[in-house]
Design a protein around this ligand. Structure first.
Ligand code: PMP
Length: 286
């Protein structure tokens, strides 16, 4: 199906939505992005995503050429123009056209691109059985080199980890940080359940501050489940009662095996199921 894509302030058919090969987004992965979900025709946690986009841009000295409110409107307009009630939005801001030099000052016209489309979740049977994952040898970006809080167009760190996982027959992989602690997965945040309490790495473990992660923490606290944002080791994952991942595309999905070790009973656990249900309710009424 042909989509209407927002680019340079207007909606155009997808075949006309083009950027230059001299755009530093193409040449260097220089830019930022967001992935958002549409539930019942509404964008889930739009403001939180746009705030993260502007913060990612600020961290890399990228001036987004449209204001915060106009960006929110542009996302909503793009969703409406494509008549989507359930779907996914990819919002991209590239550095713009430059030269073959690294000099970002030459790039005077950052490009704002918004694509709204249907979504490919993990295969539905995996929501019943849970995922098997492995630990990648690729370490998450050192926060002092390129902060994982920046959702930049340079996703090679995550892509390399994901390739390792796929080669091992796993659709997702655990990434450790430079200290050897649990960070996150290639495109999802990670949670553990132990003795009825929830554990997840803190943001300063060098992870993306996931919008779904935030939502799940809020849901858990509202349900009087204790949530601990503390450094975790691989050992903690091995001996957890339950493990699950969160992400805009994945929502909430159980992990039942890691590095050839069963987690808990080897089946999605009751707290994972409960939070999955609470998250579904939240998105239904968003
Ligand atoms: N970590 C990484 C590295 C991600 O790319 C993502 C988004 N796909 C997430 C975590 C989850 O974040 P969110 O819930 O905001 O989608």
């Amino acid at each position: 199906m042909s989509r209407q894509v927002f680019i340079n302030g207007e909606l155009v058919p997808q075949t006309e939505a083009k950027i230059s090969v001299f755009d530093h987004g193409v040449l260097y992965g220089d830019g930022v992005f967001e992935g958002l979900r549409i539930y019942g025709g509404k964008v889930f946690r739009l403001e939180e995503h746009i705030t993260r986009l502007f913060e990612s841009a600020k961290a890399i000295w990228l001036n987004i050429p449209i204001a915060y409110d106009a960006m929110c409107r542009a996302v909503n307009d793009t969703v409406r123009a494509n008549g989507l009630s359930e779907g996914y939005v990819r919002l991209i801001v590239t550095r713009g056209v430059g030269t073959l030099s690294l000099d970002a000052d030459i790039c005077k016209n950052p490009q704002v691109i918004i694509i709204a489309d249907t979504i490919a979740l993990y295969p539905s049977e995996l929501y019943e059985t849970g995922l098997e994952i492995v630990t990648a040898s690729t370490v998450r970006n050192h926060p002092a080199a390129l902060s994982p809080r920046i959702k930049s167009l340079n996703y090679l760190n995550n892509i390399l980890a994901k390739i390792e996982g796929m080669k091992a027959g796993c659709i997702e992989v655990l990434m450790l940080n430079h200290k050897g602690e649990v960070a996150e997965c290639s495109g999802d945040n990670l949670f553990l359940v132990k003795r009825g309490e929830l554990f997840t790495p803190p943001i300063d473990a060098g992870i993306l501050a996931g919008v779904t992660r935030n939502a799940v923490i809020e849901l858990a606290r509202a349900a009087r489940i204790a949530v601990h944002e503390i450094p975790l080791t691989r050992h903690d994952v091995y001996v957890a009662d339950e493990c699950f991942l969160t992400g805009t595309a994945a929502e909430v999905i159980a992990v039942v095996k890691i590095d050839c070790r069963l987690i808990g009973t080897g089946k999605p656990g009751p707290m994972t199921r409960d939070l999955e249900r609470r998250f579904k309710e939240l998105t239904t009424n968003c």
